[in-house]
Design a protein around this ligand. Structure first.
Ligand code: GLN
Length: 307
């Protein structure tokens, strides 16, 4: 689909949202607190994936730490491995914050879903089993989805998070005590911090996630990443759990499967239509990008007759 005729409409939404500077950069990971809060990038690609079907605005070519956005890719890789997952992690919205401890003890070490930190840590633990060279194979998976060999971890961010990651250490240790972590908790956590640190641009994220808008097939090269059924399930978990304790609000105002990260990024999927990545590091009080959320709300409202 040629979306160039809508350039001005999209640009007008971008400019309007850009003028709004509510929210604050994540400070609990010191390395993330150094990011310029005014950064704002947007990239949309429809599933046809040719030159006329992509548009970017602002800082869409600047890379940033994708943080929790990666949890979708680790889930996809775990699903691909065929390993049994769903007795170790649930698929229900948590209704609590992404790093909450309370619910985890109550539910005896089985995280509500794979997108809260505890759930993503269990998925990281599973990947340590299924991959021979986890760090190398994981980054290679992301690179091949995107068609870009330069995507990499940011070790400074991973180290910074490890140094201050007391809460995640508490989560992994609690799950270990319930028998839901197979490896040394520190090894599992190191792998989790590493994958969260991956740096990508909005353009790269939108391209990487396009297969989720295309029934599991990467439109960049025709490769099947997951089956149509598996794809529907990943999108369902994104729709229900991608925004933690704001998932209902996000579904109410935007209505797309999406995933946010504390780096300020959001990926949203419109099945059979497009993938859209937004980046703005100012977060709301639930830890989701303020401008990103607002952009997606206005974008989906104003393009409802186009897509
Ligand atoms: N690495 C971050 C953490 O574990 C990811 C959280 C997020 O992006 N919401 O706290």
């Amino acid at each position: 689909m040629n979306i160039k005729p809508y350039y001005e409409l999209f640009e007008e939404i971008y400019e309007r949202v850009n003028a709004d500077n509510e929210g604050n950069v994540a400070a609990y990971i010191p390395e993330l607190a150094k990011i310029d809060p005014e950064k704002f990038g947007v990239y949309i690609s429809t599933v046809d994936c040719d030159k006329s079907s992509c548009i970017g605005f602002g800082d869409y070519q600047e890379s940033f730490s994708i943080q929790s956005i990666v949890k979708v890719l680790s889930l996809v890789l775990a699903i691909k491995s065929g390993e049994k997952l769903w007795d170790r992690v649930g698929v229900e919205p948590s209704g609590s914050s992404f790093n909450s401890l309370v619910q985890l003890e109550f539910e005896r070490g089985i995280p509500r879903n794979p997108f809260i930190n505890a759930g993503a840590i269990v998925i990281a633990d599973i990947l340590l089993n299924t991959l021979t060279n986890p760090e190398q194979e994981f980054i290679q998976f992301v690179r091949s989805l995107c068609g870009n060999q330069n995507i990499n971890y940011d070790l400074t961010i991973a180290k910074s998070e490890k140094k201050h990651g007391y809460r995640n250490a508490a989560l992994v240790n609690m799950m270990k005590s319930y028998g839901n972590i197979r490896h040394n908790p520190e090894d599992t956590l190191d792998f989790y911090f590493k994958i969260c640190s991956i740096k990508m641009t909005c353009e790269e994220i939108a391209k990487t996630f396009l297969f989720l808008a295309n029934e599991g097939i990467n439109p960049l090269n025709g490769q099947e990443i997951i089956t149509k059924r598996q794809n529907q399930r990943v999108n369902a978990v994104m729709q229900l759990c991608g925004f933690y304790n704001e998932a209902g609000e996000f579904a109410f105002r935007v209505g797309l499967p999406a995933k946010s990260g504390v780096g300020g990024g959001i990926i949203a999927i419109h099945p059979k239509q497009y993938s859209l990545a937004v980046w703005s590091p100012r977060l709301n009080e639930k830890g989701n990008s303020y401008r990103g959320f607002r952009f997606l709300e206005e974008f989906t409202t104003e393009t409802s007759s186009i897509f």
